[in-house]
Each structure stands twice: as structure tokens, then as C-alpha cells.
Design a binder for this molecule. Structure first.
Ligand SMILES: *Cc1c(COP(=O)(O)O)cnc(C)c1O
Length: 391
């Protein structure tokens, strides 16, 4: 099976992890700090907080901004469930803004219309850089200034990407940007995530919440230290720490990031060529954006049964296609909270025809050719019966 995404692990990645295993520190230690500094340098931010997952980073981002009961976070329905769940972890509410039909990202026009008529304004808006392509961040940041909400970028797909030549993660147009290091993402630490920010007080709060809400810095303590054993818990935090084992892999992978993204671009351009004669919609690229090319999502010309038959045939023939994403508001959990099919029609229409083709740095041209050949065959098979049943 050619999976739709997978990690690329080199001998030097392995050596970096083994070196940690032979050393003194396994849990969060000097290598986590080194990884944070390396990603901050890459993105041009002053602060970074490494944690155990992208989801944990989203949660800490919301907590550090004071998000809680009575507050609402708005995000895209075309995302993984974490982008919405993190609001509920904090006891707040979630709502969605429909997507742009070309970029499949949260639509700034829809956001502005929703803000104009909102009874309750959002405390946080969380754009998601779908498939690695940055949202229209200057527009969203401008609205943030006018309506007074905070911006947390869910950049789980977008490490290594840029907007107007500014790295995603720079937080030029946001308060906090979150990355995931799950094996399918730009680089991996097994599990892992990071929150980027230029606001050192947000960074300090996230550092504290990452480890039980404890302050270890004596100068930050409320009471004078009675001894070197003293620490103070002043908030309810978590154990969201990353390990030095993970961070060593992260530092090593970060050195390969630009090559990974360049390789994804080469493969995506090759898909653009190979698929040009087929009856499928190709992913549009915003010329202001250098995408991290996390996914290659095509649109089939028929939804429902047609997508199902193409998908099943590809899977049966060893092509690990996937669908990104089932609109979050249509999940049973969110329907039970009052959302319904039809609430965000652009995301739903996109989803009905969506299919992601395999795309990852180690995908070979020969594998890519077989993906395209199998897709061509599957489309032909799906067309024949579909033509009869549609009349
Ligand atoms: C992967 C992903 C997450 C969650 O990241 P984890 O590291 O798996 O917790 C959140 N949002 C989006 C859009 C993702 O793709």
C-alpha cells in the first residue's frame, strides 16, 4: 500500500535519537530547549514552547489567552477535530466560519459577514492552513484589530511554508501559531507540537501550563524561597512536556525541512502535469503563498457514490488515498451540540468530492505514476455505471 503520507527517517535522525538514549536526560531537558530555539530561529519568532502534541499546543494557546467559560472560538469546519476540541477543553464554545471554495481555507469574507451580525463576538479566531497553504492572514489580522479578537493559527500542515516570503510561524499576523510533529506532518518527533509567539508573557504562561501550572523560577514566586526545593503552583496545568528523545529527532528533522518541502513541491507539480488530462479538479495555489504542500487534495467531478467507488477501487489496488476532511460540525459529537448538515455548505460541498492523493518526500516517481494510472482506471470504471444511474 502506498500510504497518503509518511515520515522520512534517515540514519542521522536515528543517530541523533540514540545519542540521547546514551545520555543523562530523557524527558524535557537541554535538547527540548535546543529544538525550541532552532524552530524559533527558522520562523523568526522570539518564543517557542515545545509540547507533547499539536493538540496540546492548541489547548495551551487557548488557555494562555485566557479563553474559558462564556467565550467562543471560531475556526474552519475543514480541519481535524482538534482545532475545535481545544475550545471545549477550556470550557468555552466553538463555532465555525465557512471556507473559500478555491483555497479550502477559512474564508475572510465569510468571517467579516459573520462578525458584522454576530451577537457574541469570538475571543479567538483560529484559521487553519489547509494542505499547507497559508490563509489570507493580513485580512484576518486586520479584522482582529477591528473586532478585538485574538488569532491562533493552526499551522499543523504548514511548517516550512511562507506567506509573502514570511515564514508561517513568524506570528506576524497572529498572537500564537501552532505546529504538529505527527509523522504525517512536515517534520516529525513521533508525537509532538509547538506553540510559537512573540509575546513573552504568553510564552511564560504556556511554559507554566505545560508542566502542572508550576513556576520553577524563584524570581517569579509569590513567597520568598525558603530553600532550593521550593516551587509554586499558581494555576491548574498539565503534563504536556516533550521528551529530549523526541526533540533530538525534531532538531535532526528540522535540518531536512526545506528539502522535504522542495521535494513535495516537485511531486505536486508532477501531479499537476500527469493529471491535466483527467476529469478531476486540481488544488489551486495562491501566488502570495509558498505552500508546505502537506496534502494534494483533488476534487472528483461526481460526489457520493462516484467518490466512493473511485476511493474503494484505489484502496483495493494499493493506493492509500484519504479524504480531508469530514466537516467537523457534521461529527456526531458536534451535531449533538446543535450543529447540522447544511450549516457550512461550501465545506460540505468540497468534502463530498474531495480525495487526497499520496504525497510525501520519499514517494518515488514510479509510485506516483502508478497512483495516476490507477486513478485513470478507477475514473473510467466509475464513469460507466454512473452515467446510466444519473439519467
Ligand atoms: C494533525 C493536526 C492537528 C493535531 O495535531 P496532533 O499533533 O496530532 O495533536 C491539529 N490540527 C490539524 C489541522 C492537524 O492536521
Amino acid at each position: 500500500m502506498i500510504s497518503y503520507g509518511r515520515q522520512s527517517i534517515s540514519q542521522s535522525d536515528i543517530d541523533a535519537v540514540v545519542e540521547i538514549l546514551r545520555g543523562d536526560w530523557l524527558t524535557q531537558g537541554p535538547t527540548v530547549a535546543r529544538f525550541e530555539q532552532a524552530v524559533a530561529d527558522y520562523c523568526g519568532t522570539s518564543g517557542a514552547v515545545a509540547v507533547s502534541s499539536g493538540t496540546a499546543a492548541l489547548h495551551l494557546a487557548c488557555r494562555s489567552l485566557g479563553f474559558g467559560s462564556g467565550d467562543v472560538l471560531w475556526t474552519s469546519p475543514n480541519t481535524f477535530v482538534s482545532s475545535a476540541n481545544c475550545a471545549l477543553f477550556c470550557g468555552g464554545d466553538v463555532d465555525f466560519v465557512d471556507i473559500d471554495p478555491r483555497s479550502y481555507n477559512l474564508c475572510p469574507d465569510a468571517l467579516e459577514r459573520k462578525l458584522q451580525k454576530a451577537g457574541r463576538l469570538p475571543k479567538i479566531v483560529m484559521p487553519v492552513h489547509f494542505a499547507g497553504q497559508s490563509c489570507d492572514m493580513p485580512r484576518i489580522w486586520d479584522l482582529a484589530g477591528r473586532y478585538g479578537f485574538k488569532v491562533v493559527e493552526d499551522a499543523s500542515h504548514a511548517l516550512g511554508g511562507r506567506y509573502l516570503n514570511c515564514p508561517v510561524g513568524s506570528c506576524r499576523y497572529s498572537d500564537i501559531t501552532v505546529f504538529s510533529f505527527h509523522p504525517l506532518k512536515s517534520i516529525t518527533t513521533g508525537e509532538g507540537g509547538m506553540a510559537m509567539t512573540n509575546d513573552l508573557s504568553l510564552r511564560r504562561r504556556m511554559v507554566q501550563l505545560r508542566s502542572h501550572g508550576i513556576d520553577r523560577e524563584p524570581r517569579d514566586h509569590q513567597a520568598p524561597a525558603l530553600g532550593a526545593w521550593c516551587y509554586e503552583q499558581t494555576a491548574l496545568g498539565y503534563n504536556y512536556r516533550m521528551t529530549d528523545i523526541q526533540a533530538a529527532l525534531g532538531v535532526s528533522q528540522l535540518g531536512r525541512l526545506d528539502a522535504f518541502v522542495a521535494r513535495r513541491h516537485g511531486l505536486a507539480a508532477r501531479y499537476d502535469d500527469l493529471l491535466s488530462g483527467l476529469a478531476v479538479g486540481l488544488p489551486w495555489q495562491d501566488e502570495r503563498v509558498y505552500s508546505a504542500r502537506h496534502l494534494y487534495p483533488i476534487q472528483l467531478h461526481g460526489g457520493g457514490e462516484m467518490r466512493r467507488s473511485v476511493f474503494d477501487r484505489l484502496r483495493a489496488n494499493g493506493i492509500g488515498v484519504q479524504v480531508h476532511y469530514i466537516p467537523v460540525h457534521t461529527q456526531p459529537f458536534y451535531r449533538a451540540r446543535g450543529f447540522a448538515r447544511g450549516d457550512f455548505p461550501v465545506a460540505e460541498a468540497y468534502y463530498e468530492r474531495a480525495m487526497s492523493l499520496p504525497l510525501f518526500p520519499d514517494l518515488t516517481h514510479a509510485q506516483q505514476d502508478s497512483v495516476v494510472a490507477e486513478l485513470r482506471r478507477a475514473l473510467q470504471m466509475a464513469q460507466a455505471p454512473a452515467a446510466g444511474s444519473q439519467s
